[in-house]
Design a protein around this ligand. Structure first.
Ligand code: NAD
Length: 242
C-alpha cells in the first residue's frame, strides 16, 4: 500500500531538513526522486546520497517552475516543501520580509501546484502533498511570525480548494502540518534558550520532532494507502495543537 515502485516524485526545498528526509523516505519506498532546490551545493549532494536527481529551482520564479514542469513527464507525486520564516514583530516587519515569506510559502506552492498539477490532470492521476505547519492552525503566539502563520493557513486552505477542484480528475491534494522540528531552520535560524524552553514546555511530548518523523505522514498521503483522502491536513506535532 505504501510502495512507490515505478513512480516519480519531486520534492521542493529538499536539500536539507524536513524536505531531505521526505525525499529519502519516498526513495526508500521505491520512487525515483527529484530534489528541486535553490541551493545547488547541498542539493546535488543530497540527491546523490539517495540515488536521486537534482534540479535547480527557485519556486518563486513561475517561469522556471513552468519550464521545469514542461521538461519533465507528469509526476506521480509532488511535495511542496520549500518554505521560509521571518520572525519579526508585526509592527516592525518590512515590506520585503513580509513579501518574501508570501512569495516562497504561498506563491511558490501555488506555481508548483498549477504547473505540475496541470500535467497530472492531463495524465488523470497524481498526488500532491504540501508542507504546511501547525502555525497555519494556531496563532503560535510565543513567536512573532504573523506572516508565516498566515502563509501556512493559506497553504492549508489552498490544499482544500485544489482538492475540491481536482478530486474527480484523479489528482489528490493534501498537506502535513509539522510542529517544531529540529532542522537548520529552527536550530540555526530560530533557536534561543528562551524559545527552546517555550517549545519544550508547550509540546506535550516535551521534545522537538526529528525531520524523519514527518516523512511517513507524507509517504501515507503520497501513496495508494490514502487513495480516498483528499483536502486533508495531517498534523504531526507531538500534541502541540491538541
Ligand atoms: P530548512 O530551512 O532547513 O530547509 C529549507 C530548504 O528549502 C532549503 O534546502 C532551502 O534551500 C530550500 N528553499 C528555500 N527557499 C526556496 C525557494 N525559493 N525555492 C526552492 N527551494 C527553497 O527548513 P525546514 O525546517 O526543513 O522546513 C521545511 C518546510 O517545513 C518549510 O515549508 C517549513 O515552513 C516547514 N515547517 C518547518 C518546521 C520546523 O520546525 N522546522 C515546522 C513546521 C513546518
Amino acid at each position: 500500500l505504501f510502495k512507490l515502485d515505478g513512480k516519480t516524485a519531486l520534492v521542493t526545498g529538499a536539500a536539507q531538513g524536513i524536505g531531505f528526509e521526505i525525499a529519502k523516505g519516498l526513495s526508500e519506498a521505491g520512487a525515483k526522486v527529484i530534489i528541486a532546490d535553490m541551493n545547488p551545493e547541498t542539493g546535488e549532494a543530497a540527491a546523490s546520497s539517495i540515488g536521486g536527481r537534482f534540479e535547480m529551482l527557485n519556486v518563486t520564479d513561475s517561469d522556471a517552475v513552468r519550464a521545469l514542469a514542461s521538461r519533465l513527464s507528469p509526476l506521480d507525486v509532488l511535495v511542496n516543501n520549500a518554505g521560509i520564516v521571518r520572525n519579526v514583530p508585526s509592527e516592525d516587519i518590512s515590506d520585503a520580509d513580509w513579501e518574501v515569506v508570501m512569495s516562497v510559502n504561498v506563491n511558490g506552492v501555488f506555481w508548483c501546484c498549477r504547473e505540475f498539477g496541470k500535467k497530472m490532470l492531463g495524465a488523470g492521476k497524481g498526488s500532491i502533498v504540501s508542507t504546511a505547519s501547525m502555525s497555519g492552525l494556531i496563532s503560535n503566539h510565543p513567536q512573532p511570525q504573523s506572516g508565516y502563520n498566515a502563509s501556512k493557513a493559506a497553504v492549508i486552505h489552498l490544499t482544500r480548494s485544489l482538492a475540491g477542484e481536482w478530486a474527480d480528475r484523479g489528482v489528490r491534494v493534501n498537506a502535513v502540518a509539522p510542529g517544531y522540528t529540529a532542522t537548520p531552520m529552527t536550530i540555526l535560524g530560530l533557536e534561543t534558550p528562551e524559545w527552546r524552553e517555550t517549545w519544550l514546555k508547550e509540546t506535550p511530548m516535551k521534545r522537538l520532532a526529528e525531520p524523519r518523523e514527518i516523512a511517513p505522514a507524507v509517504l501515507y498521503l503520497a501513496s495508494e494507502a490514502s487513495s480516498f483522502v483528499t483536502g486533508h491536513t495531517l498534523v504531526v506535532d507531538g500534541g502541540y495543537t491538541a
